[in-house]
Design a protein around this ligand. Structure first.
Ligand code: GFB
Length: 312
């Protein structure tokens, strides 16, 4: 961990990403600064500015966001646009105004153009139409990246923007409808297995491909880049390989022990056909992901089973 930063504020510390970053910092013996959402609504610009004036962290990892899977994004664009803009427009200006020395902003692979050439290079951003099922979220995140670049350009503020691929791991949102595909299928296969079901339905054709990065790898990359990256240009964070949704379902079935048949609900959207990230820029800096998909899903399933009564 970079010795320049002793008071690191993890915004969104209870979420999938935030809780992984807290675990990663604590591994370095650093107790991060956190604040519960009932004590501070990160969408409230005045309250956030007053909090920063008192707390005065020296680094910020902005892991707080309104996130969700394809269904949530497709049906609630107002929240995905407004909540994310409000959080970004509160935290980033307050960080600059109150002496924060470095801020890490998190974008997402889904904000690249729907049909970007694969694997997707960072230069593809804003070169084509967005994926309609999540364009509200994507525009909010693109605005956040541009705000970080504007503060760097106008005030020499050290803000960096990472572009993680699809994430999964402990403390994810396993909601049957609003979750991302990997946790959503873990819950569905688990419940089908427990119910002795002979068939299971997944959404869409199963042909889209997705890249999955364990959240502990993302957290490690965040700390690595906090110390080793200082540019306004976005940087991809991924594993460099992908899997079809059907292959993912078959892998989760194997891990859960479900032996029934997998069927498709073609009334549900496929979303973007592929969004594999080019991770050449990150690997050139000396970082690569370590957690393999099968071991990562198995560990996540163990966590899910141990917390099934309280998961989101
Ligand atoms: O993770 P996911 O919901 O979103 O994956 P995206 C959607 C893909 O998985 C589609 C299929 O092809 C779905 O048809 N799928 C199959 C399912 N069964 C299920 C299921 O039970 N639940 C879900 N959720 N999908 C997201 C963006 O796109 O990527 C977010 O919408 C975010 O904004 C995230 O950025 C990283 O990967 O398509």
């Amino acid at each position: 961990m970079d010795g320049r930063f002793r008071k690191v504020f993890v915004a969104g510390h209870k979420g999938l990403v935030g809780s992984a970053i807290v675990r990663r910092l604590e591994r370095d013996g650093i107790e991060p600064l956190v604040v519960d959402r009932h004590a501070l609504d990160l969408r409230d610009q005045r309250a956030v500015d007053q909090w920063f004036a008192k707390a005065r962290p020296d680094a910020v990892i902005l892991a707080a966001a309104k996130v969700g899977g394809i269904h949530a994004n497709n049906t609630r664009p107002v929240e995905f646009l407004l909540d994310n803009l409000r959080i970004q427009n509160a935290v980033i200006p307050a960080a600059h105004a109150h002496g924060v020395r470095k801020l890490v902003f998190l974008g997402s692979s889904c904000i690249y153009p729907k049909l970007a050439p694969q694997p997707i290079q960072e230069s593809a951003l804003l070169t084509g139409p967005l994926e309609p099922t999540n364009d509200a979220y994507a525009l909010a995140k693109i605005a956040g990246i541009r705000l970080c670049q504007a503060y760097r350009q106008q005030h020499a503020f050290e803000a960096i923007s990472l572009m993680p691929t699809n994430l999964y791991g402990p403390n994810d949102n396993f909601h049957p409808i609003d979750s991302h595909v990997l946790p959503g299928l873990i819950r569905r296969f688990h419940e089908a297995q427990n119910a002795g079901a002979e068939r299971i339905v997944i959404w869409g054709s199963g042909t889209p491909r997705r890249e999955f990065l364990h959240v502990d790898d993302l957290a490690d990359a965040c700390i690595f880049l906090l110390a080793n990256y200082d540019s306004g240009e976005v940087i991809n964070v991924g594993v460099g390989k992908d899997i079809s949704i059907l292959e993912l379902a078959q892998l989760i079935a194997k891990i859960v022990g479900f032996r029934g048949t997998i069927e498709h609900d073609l009334s549900k959207p496929d979303g973007t056909p592929r969004k594999l990230l080019d991770v050449g820029k990150l690997s050139a800096l000396g970082w690569t992901a370590r957690i393999g998909l099968e071991e990562g899903i198995a560990e996540t399933y163990r966590w899910f089973c141990a917390h099934v009564g309280s998961v989101r």
